[in-house]
Design a binder for this molecule. Structure first.
Ligand code: CUA
Length: 124
């Protein structure tokens, strides 16, 4: 009985997997942005977006592991993924509100880890 119960709970709680699903509707063409992480900075192929525009970040690293995290103006995290060498992680987001968003590194990557930031601007 316990095994059946645990199995039911597991299936129920994991039914949303994979979490990395696009947050925009199927058929919508996202803006694709290349993100390269390096000690100690970010290179984004685009940093200006419109509110409501679906965006797909393709994230990789030129050196060590980094963490690509996007924060709103209140420093609430909106989404994140790993920036890894020789591997591209995809993360999707639609910015609902205009404003300035912050990209912070979420993985300790060396002496200037704390300085590894970038800014994203979202307009009406
Ligand atoms: Cu890059 Cu910490």
């Amino acid at each position: 009985i316990l095994i059946v119960f645990m199995l039911a709970v597991t299936i129920y709680t994991l039914r949303e997997l994979p979490y990395n699903q696009p947050v925009y509707s199927a058929g919508a063409e996202p803006t694709v942005v290349d993100v390269e992480a390096m000690q100690f900075g970010w290179e984004l192929s685009q940093t200006q977006f419109k509110a409501g525009e679906p965006v797909e970040f393709k994230v990789k690293s030129n050196d060590v592991n980094h963490g690509f995290g996007i924060y709103d103006e209140d420093m609430n995290i909106l989404t994140q993924t790993q920036a890894m060498p020789a591997y591209t992680n995809e993360v999707y987001i639609t910015f609902d509100e205009p404003g300035t968003y912050e990209v912070l590194c979420m993985e300790y990557c060396g002496l200037a880890h704390h300085a590894m930031t970038a800014e994203i601007t979202v307009t009406e």
